[in-house]
Ligand binder design. Structure first.
Ligand code: V47
Ligand code: SF4
Length: 386
């Protein structure tokens, strides 16, 4: 689409606000913006102003390229020992008979149902079930790799890993080495929520804290693994808590370079202990994506997770700094359906995803988990997209 430098300079000049002008100049000159500037963007930046700037940065980094991957999810259990207030998904361990727990055989049945299908990644994430221990998951990882060695396994948040490592009485380094050797290729971004204790203690006090979350990702990065990072926004946090969260991630990324993608996750309020908290508006959502692009200068990719945002809003984020809309998930991803996403059956075929991206004049690129390009769909005619 190509926002050129002259257009962006006139945008900067169009705002009468001197502080915003200074921030924009830093961004255009590829200077990092500090904490206070991040908060200021939230407080003062209009949707169109932030969007134009974020889109400029996105196009500088990626042009029109918009990534997606072909993946499927396995959710081993929704039984969880923790009680995050925003979670609509878990069944507390005390009520475990109301939940589900899959055996290795059942999970391998899911993996085998994708035999011959062109998926490149399996995303494994679920609740924290005390009986599903480290050995259980090592066995699962080995079984998946033995069956399909080239399938990238992205699995387990620090919440799950911290619990299983502690229970197995191994250090994070030892546990991560075992998991990596058994077949774990990378970590998804979940469990991060809001790092600052002022909020974390109110929404998910009993699970791994910020330092624990960051340490587990650091250990994974030091082993050469990559990972993602999320932020759960739009509930009781203030803008500065979001910037504090992004700042901690930015600092770890400076040290390791191991993060692939930053994924802001919109809080959904159905059927959880925070149902009284209103959801953010679409305008706030787009501002959040734009500021993520502007603040997270050392994260190459910003992802919108469409099963949570809905297809149309995910499409809209592509004009607000986002360059990735996750995968053609064709298994139902229960965590969002249960939290009130419009996407009750979140499945999208490659053809639908490609059309969604092309409708807003971007280039659809199928990628592997580590952003290796698998196929550029830009020139593939619609009739060939079955
Ligand atoms: O950590 C739970 C979130 C996350 C709600 O790395 C909720 O590629 C909104 O992290 N409203 C897990 N969000 C999912 C996740 C993820 C998803 C897709 C891709 C990747 C990736 C990671 O789901 C949890 C939590 O932040 N979540 N409940 C809710 N009510
Ligand atoms: Fe358990 Fe994760 Fe739900 Fe928290 S968000 S209760 S850790 S499943």
């Amino acid at each position: 689409m190509g926002t050129n430098k002259a257009a962006i300079v006139s945008l900067v000049e169009a705002t009468k606000d001197k502080e915003l002008q200074q921030i924009a100049n830093k961004i255009i000159n590829k200077e990092r913006i500090p904490f206070d500037d991040g908060v200021l963007l939230f407080e003062k930046g209009s949707l169109s102003w932030l969007g134009t700037l974020a889109n400029y940065v996105r196009e500088q980094k990626h042009g029109d390229k918009t990534y997606f991957n072909k993946n499927f999810h396995i959710e081993p259990t929704n039984v969880c020992v923790f009680s995050c207030k925003f979670c609509s998904y878990s069944k507390l361990y005390a009520n475990r008979e109301e939940g589900w727990e899959l055996s290795i055989e059942q999970m391998m049945h899911i993996v085998k149902s994708y035999d011959g299908k062109p998926v490149t990644e399996v995303h494994i994430v679920g609740g924290v079930h005390p009986k599903m221990n480290l050995n259980f998951f090592l066995e699962l990882l080995q079984a998946i790799k033995a069956h399909r060695p080239d399938l990238h396994i992205k699995g387990f948040t620090p919440v799950e890993l911290d619990y299983m490592f502690k229970k197995a009485k191994v250090t994070t380094e030892e546990g991560m080495k075992l998991a990596h050797a058994a077949g774990l290729d990378s970590l998804p971004g979940g469990g991060a929520e809001i790092f600052h204790p002022e909020i974390r203690q109110q929404i998910c006090e009993d699970k791994v804290d910020a330092d624990g979350w960051l340490h587990i990702h650091k250990v994974a990065h030091n082993l050469g693994m990559h990972s993602n990072a999320t932020l759960l926004y739009g509930h009781i946090e203030k803008y500065w808590h979001r910037i504090d969260h992004m700042e901690r991630l930015r600092q770890l990324q400076d040290q390791t370079g191991g993060f692939n993608t930053f994924i802001p996750l919109k809080f959904r309020n159905q059927d959880n202990d925070m149902s009284h908290v209103a959801e953010s508006t679409t305008i706030e959502d787009m501002r959040m994506y734009a500021i993520s692009r502007l603040y997270m200068d050392n994260f190459a990719h910003i992802k919108a997770y469409w099963p949570m945002l809905g297809r149309q809003n995910a499409q809209l984020t592509l004009s607000f700094g986002v360059n990735d809309i996750d995968g053609t998930i064709d298994d139902s991803t229960k965590i969002y359906a249960m939290a009130g996403s419009e996407e009750q059956t979140p499945t999208m075929s490659t053809a639908e995803l490609v059309r969604l991206i092309k409708q807003v004049k971007r280039e659809p690129i199928e990628r592997g988990t580590l952003y290796n390009e698998i196929k550029n769909y830009t020139l593939v005619p619609d009739e060939e997209l079955v």
